[in-house]
Design a protein around this ligand. Structure first.
Ligand code: FES
Length: 563
């Protein structure tokens, strides 16, 4: 039986004579006197049938509840929303994706506080669900543990291993006349063969790895696929772990410390994970009260090598990484090389070092997929931060997915993703061009839509090595090629990206961390003095509200109250 000290919040709401009406409602859903004396724990399931990523989380919630009951708690499942990135991609729907992260954090806060839960497990899947849940955990700072729903298995067709990224790139190949409709159809049929999130080391799998690296999820729980029976075991154990952290008095801010964020960034760099993790880690850190900046990412990326050949940078998917030891294998290597801090506390109640010592890493060959830091794939991290006259606050480039370290080319500015996609379709983007997509930032988009349709069209058309892209929007974790995103300040608030003109020279210098517009400073100032912000895309509803509250990408695009 769990001790009474955990029932701090529920005791105030449900104990005593005057709380009879509150208890009456819990009795009406089947709770007994015995249940009412237990800590009231929520299982927050980011659940939706509108896509494969989170369709199974309600089922997982039943196993989490078993664990919570076994640990002496009274569990109730509550939902939160899911916006499916792949289904919104390239459409207005994508503007709701990043917005949904903050909506998730807010809906969790509302339910946990309104019903006086003593703690909760959050079950995530699709891209924004994991950061949204972790933001809520950091914000509420009550006992919490994260559980990932797992990714889909990769597909196979014609001897090729497929993920959803291949369907997007097949569209580019189709538009360029390189494959026919039947081939495209066969790729579509086979690319995502089971439920679960996108199979590559794209944003969902990256964020699951971040949750584990931060110490907020059980060791090894990021990589078993959604269809694995080990998901059920992890679900039960996560419920038990919640009761244990509650007993021990371990709260999310004890776990998500500055050192834990540094560890997570190291894993991000070592695995060549999604650039979106930068936005999300900044936002989670903000909620945890940890001062994390883009400079921290830059510093870690310069010292942590890229060691895991995962898609889109390499050829393996996290389900394959799982077979050789998952995230604990990566972290063990980083710990041994002195690149992460093993002393941090985690939701097991133990330190990271203790967890890694106890985790059974299979004794199988893994060098084809995961290298040692002493013999890495690349000597620096998979993501770099750029700054310069085109991005005074910063920009993000993923170098794991490209070998190009410097690119100088002619600017081809477009106001929005659709305009760009049509130009690529018409064959107007040529080798040597730097495609600049603006007014797609947090405020301008709004919601920083991902440019996967555009980046895949560039790669699919065979221009991946010859064309670079610079945007104040985001990229999908599946993006390949030389793509610079998160340019801040964004165009909608008058960042220099707003006044790039056709034919300007743009220099991307990854080695030296620079993103520059080769236009004299005076000329940029003159252009900016004549610049007028375009009318907002939305004047009512969620997107308008979001645009009025959201901050810069360099701050994680968190929404801040106007008070
Ligand atoms: Fe949900 Fe990719 S669309 S994880």
């Amino acid at each position: 039986m769990a001790s009474i000290k955990i029932r701090v919040r529920s005791s105030e709401r449900y104990d005593g004579v005057l709380n009879a009406p509150h208890r009456a409602f819990l009795r009406s859903i089947g709770l007994t006197d015995e249940d009412l004396a237990k800590p009231l724990m929520a299982v927050v399931a980011a659940w939706s049938e509108a896509g494969p990523c989170n369709i199974h989380t309600l089922q997982l919630a039943t196993y989490v509840k078993e664990g919570i009951k076994a640990g002496g708690g009274a569990p109730l499942t509550v939902p939160t929303i899911v916006v499916n990135d792949n289904i919104g991609m390239g459409t207005e729907g994508m503007r709701y994706s990043l917005v949904s992260r903050d909506v998730i954090a807010d809906t969790v806060e509302a339910q946990i506080n309104a019903h006086a839960f003593d703690g909760f497990v959050g079950i995530g899947g699709c891209d924004k669900t994991t950061p949204g849940l972790l933001m809520a955990m950091a914000r509420l700072n009550i006992p919490s543990v994260y559980l990932y729903g797992g990714s889909a298995e990769p597909g196979f067709y014609g001897g090729r291993k497929l993920t959803i990224e291949d369907v997007h790139e097949a569209i580019g190949a189709y538009l360029a006349g390189k494959i026919g409709e039947e081939e495209l159809y066969n790729i579509e049929l086979n690319a995502h063969p089971t439920y679960g999130t996108c199979a590559g080391m794209f944003t969902a799998n990256t964020m699951a790895a971040m949750a584990e690296a931060l110490g907020m999820a059980l060791p090894g729980s990021a990589t078993p696929p959604a269809t694995s029976a080990r998901r059920v075991i992890y679900a039960r154990e996560t419920g038990l772990a919640l009761m244990k952290v509650a007993e021990l008095g371990i709260k999310p801010r004890d776990v998500m410390t500055y050192e834990a964020f540094e560890n997570a960034i190291a894993v991000l760099m070592a695995t060549g994970g999604s650039t979106n993790a930068i936005l999300h880690l900044l936002a989670i850190a903000y909620e945890a009260g940890v001062k994390l900046t883009l400079d921290d990412f830059d510093r870690v990326s310069r010292r942590v090598p890229y060691i895991a050949a995962l898609r889109p940078g390499g050829d393996f998917v996290p389900a394959e990484l799982d077979q050789v030891g998952g995230i604990p294998l990566i972290m063990s290597k980083l710990l041994k090389a002195g690149l992460i801090n093993g002393k941090v506390i985690t939701v097991t109640g133990k330190t990271l070092e203790e967890n890694l010592r106890e985790f059974k890493i299979p004794n199988v060959k893994h060098d084809h997929m995961v290298k040692d830091p002493s013999t890495p794939i690349k000597p620096w991290g998979g993501i770099r931060i750029l700054k310069g006259s085109l991005a005074p606050e910063g920009a993000v480039v993923k170098v794991a997915a490209t070998g190009i370290m410097r690119f100088e080319g002619k600017a081809r500015p477009f106001n929005g993703e659709e305009e760009t996609f049509q130009a690529i379709k018409r064959g107007e983007v040529k080798p040597g061009d730097v495609v600049v997509i603006r007014y797609e930032g947090p405020k301008g988009g709004p919601g920083m839509p991902e440019m996967l349709r555009v980046t895949s069209a560039i790669v699919g058309a065979g221009l991946g090595q010859d064309v670079a892209l610079v945007t104040d929007g985001r990229f999908s974790g599946a993006t390949r090629g030389l793509m610079v995103g998160h340019v801040a300040p964004e165009a909608a608030v008058g960042g220099p990206i707003a006044v790039v003109e056709d034919g300007d020279r743009v220099i991307i210098d990854v080695e030296n961390g620079r993103l520059d517009l080769a236009v004299p400073e005076d000329e940029v100032k003159r252009r900016l003095s004549r610049w007028q912000p375009p009318p907002p895309r939305y004047r009512s509803g969620l997107l308008a509200k979001y645009a009025s509250l959201v901050t810069s990408a360099s701050m994680g695009a968190v929404t801040l109250p106007r008070i």
